[in-house]
Design a protein. Structure first.
Lengths: 62, 312
């Protein structure tokens, strides 16, 4: 699968954009959702947060 | 980051606009971009009935929501493709969206209504699944629009989709395809008008729209799309875009504004030799049966059945 679901643990605090890069994603291809809320790249994510890096690229039916 | 419009805290950035937006201003930005696209290309006139092709994914549900928010008359069309572990789930998202808004969802199911699914049809017709899928969807979109008495079919193609398709066409200098790549395809020759109101919005924006509007959509990709060429083009464009925000918009937007007109003659040539398929009546350049009827015949050994779409 192109976007397999995987869970990782990262030590916080970490900048949202830095986290995206650290995990090897292109910032144009994902949204960052912290504790259920959409955030911009300049936000600092606190230790203990639940983060979803959601891919936005569709390759099949939109 | 502050919202460019109202200076509240931003929740999403749109780098090619050098802007961050708060939730409300972002939703307004999306509505404005879509309305501007519709007006600029005369996509939908007031009072016209639109049929929106919906898959349960982020783009088509965002499109349907935006059209309803903007006050357009818009029903949805969902096509069940019979892809195991994927299609059933996508249908749930489409139906839930429609129920929540008391909107009409026309449903067609390839296995139930035509007796085949994308995978089996592809094998029988010597195509890859994406080809059988696209052929079937385009045929059913057109037929459902015409038989349902709709004025226009709207699809959820976004800026990233169109830029990727354009890149593929340019790399192979497929001028015939490039000639038909326009935000509006006018009606005529037995085809309904087809429009792409989302082409000013990138994929991150349609995804963010759904998240911020609370629209539940299918995040998982079609299992048969993994590793395909189209995704490769998107990856390549995003690598460029990351370093040079705005490249996708300049590439696709510039094509529509400056180059599409130059290919108009080639587009005309592509429509020569169109006649009605003797079995289903849809326009085709094939010698006898249209490609869809041939696909159905090979996949099922039977004549096609009628679409379950009532005229209004």
């Amino acid at each position: 699968m192109r976007n397999p679901k995987r869970e990782v643990e990262v030590r916080g605090p970490v900048g949202a954009l830095a986290l995206v890069r650290q995990l090897g994603y292109n910032r144009e291809a994902v949204l960052v959702i912290v504790n259920g809320t959409l955030v911009t790249g300049d936000v600092t994510i606190a230790e203990g947060s639940e983060v979803e890096i959601r891919p936005v690229v569709s390759g099949g039916a939109t | 980051m502050k919202c460019r419009v109202c200076r509240a805290a931003a929740v999403v950035e749109v780098r090619r606009h050098n802007a961050g937006f708060c939730r409300d201003c972002f939703l307004a930005h999306c509505r404005n971009q879509v309305e501007r696209t519709i007006k600029e290309h005369s996509m939908i006139e007031p009072g016209e009935r639109a049929l929106v092709a919906v898959s349960g994914g982020k783009d088509s549900l965002a499109l349907w929501d935006l059209l309803l928010q903007l006050g357009y008359l818009a029903d949805g069309l969902y096509i069940g493709l019979g892809i195991e572990g994927y299609s059933d789930e996508s249908a749930v998202f489409a139906r839930r969206f429609a129920e929540e808004r008391a909107a009409r969802l026309v449903q067609v199911d390839l296995p139930d209504d035509f007796g085949f699914d994308v995978r089996s049809a592809a094998a029988a017709d010597h195509r890859v699944p994406c080809s059988a899928c696209g052929l079937s969807k385009r045929h059913i979109f057109d037929q459902a629009t015409l038989e349902g008495g709709y004025d226009v079919l709207a699809t959820g193609h976004n800026l990233d989709d169109e830029a990727a398709v354009l890149l593929g066409n340019v790399l192979h200098w497929d001028l015939a395809y490039m000639a038909r790549q326009h935000p509006v395809l006018p009606s005529g020759d037995g085809f309904p008008r087809k429009v792409k109101p989302l082409v000013r919005l990138g994929e991150r924006e349609t995804a963010a729209y759904c998240v911020l509007q609370g629209i539940d959509y299918q995040v998982e990709e079609c299992p048969m799309s993994a590793g395909n060429r189209h995704l490769g083009y998107k990856d390549a464009l995003n690598a460029i875009e990351e370093r040079s925000p705005g490249t996708k918009a300049a590439f696709y937007g510039g094509f529509v504004d400056k180059a599409a007109q130059l290919l108009a003659d080639i587009g005309e040539e592509g429509r020569e030799g169109l006649h009605a398929c003797p079995r289903c009546g849809s326009p085709t350049t094939a010698a006898q049966l249209c490609a869809f009827c041939r696909l159905v015949e090979r996949a099922t050994g039977q004549r096609r059945r009628r679409l379950p779409v009532s005229t209004q």
